[in-house]
Ligand binder design. Structure first.
Ligand code: NDP
Length: 331
């Protein structure tokens, strides 16, 4: 059965495409340009199942996915802007919401009998930052802060709130559409917090760029512990997308998270594996448990249980990511 992966050129989506192909599912990936499509075609040439691409220049446009959805059996919708640099909130809201509703409308029009769609939301749509850490979040929780903040402050809202509101609006629009249209397919949201390990970037995506700035000595010991949030290995997140489409009981929201981490973990791992890297703060191993007990905790238990994901340990994830970045870009 053919799987459509939107935004296939992205950091997580490229891994998800690889995971689908490894499991034997042929994939059609949407990309913004022929250049990005050809890059992926080359990357996946040796895989078990066949990869093809379709060009969707802007997910925000009406009917953007009308052609791409034809003949597919399931959809993983992953394209959405992920950065904190927007001026007007609508720069993020419009592609996030229209992209999500657009892919659903295209399915309704041209391919209403598919079995399942999974959209990549984010813990951005779960977190409530007015609750101070430590706090435990799970799939019942929704971000109720960022949309009002953007409504009140407009372009004066923080970049983080603009991004978080865009993901909340997109996910709410998704569940509302499912409720209003009662389609034959059901919906699954995979939520991935901080993602590590980079596969093939020309320019680094937001989450990996953060790690790389530590690795290249841009931060100081005084900045530690530098709370990072929760994290998940991108390969586990990719596999969760495969399982979300595959496992019959997988419905509703899924938080894909392996718990809290901090900049302290980056430094400890980098110092252990690459003691020659210049200007890496030393870190403090004795602080680890304390930091974790004081942080937000996003509960990835449902994802492990229902989707059968065995979470990769942090040391392995960071080590693999550091090696990959070092090989590609140095130092
Ligand atoms: P990337 O920036 O690497 O991927 C974003 C993808 O969306 C790219 O393929 C990009 O295309 C595409 N895209 C963005 N805007 C448009 C548009 N207007 N039209 C067409 N395509 C568009 O980020 P990630 O892989 O990290 O993120 C993927 C998804 O995962 C997003 O939905 C993000 O919100 C979510 N997420 C990410 C987390 C993380 O820590 N990385 C955590 C939780 C959720 P192009 O390559 O051409 O720019």
């Amino acid at each position: 059965s053919l799987v459509l992966v939107t935004g296939a050129s992205g950091f997580i989506a490229a891994h998800a495409v690889g995971a689908f192909l490894d499991e034997g599912y042929p994939v059609r990936g949407t990309v913004r340009s022929q250049d990005k499509g050809e890059y992926l075609a080359k990357l996946f040439a040796g895989k078990k199942a066949k990869f093809e691409y379709a060009i969707v220049k802007d997910i925000a446009e009406d009917g953007a996915f009308d052609e791409a959805v034809k003949g597919v059996d399931a959809v993983a919708h992953m394209a959405s802007p992920y950065h904190f640099e927007a001026d007007e909130p609508d720069e993020l809201f419009v592609p996030a919401v229209n992209g999500t509703v657009g892919v659903l409308n295209s399915l309704k029009k041209n391919n209403p009998n598919i079995s399942r769609i999974v959209i990549t939301s984010s813990v951005a749509a779960v977190i409530n930052s007015d609750i101070k850490p430590p706090h435990h979040f799970d799939e019942k929780d929704w971000n109720t802060i960022s949309i009002p903040a953007c409504e009140k402050l407009g372009r004066g809202a923080t970049g983080v709130d603009k991004y978080r509101a865009s993901k909340t609006l997109a996910e709410k629009a998704f569940w509302k559409w499912i409720e209003d249209n009662k389609p034959s397919f059901d919906g699954v949201t995979v939520l991935g917090p901080i993602i590590h390990q980079v596969d093939s970037p020309d320019s680094l995506n937001t989450s990996v760029a953060n790690f790389y700035s530590w690795m290249t000595g841009k931060h100081k010991q005084e900045e530690l512990p530098a709370q990072g949030g929760n994290w998940i290995d991108v390969r586990d997140c990719a596999l969760a997308h495969v399982r979300a489409l595959e496992v019959p009981d997988a419905t509703g929201r899924f938080i894909c998270s392996n718990g809290p981490f901090s900049g302290n973990d980056f430094c400890l791992t980098l110092n252990r594996l690459y003691p020659d890297l210049p200007n890496i703060p030393k870190g403090d191993a004795s602080q680890r448990d304390k930091l974790i007990s004081e942080a937000y905790f996003f509960d990835g238990g449902k994802c492990a249980k229902v989707l059968g994901i065995k979470y990769t340990p942090l040391e392995k994830c960071l080590g693999d990511m550091a090696r990959c970045l070092k090989e590609k870009f140095g130092p």
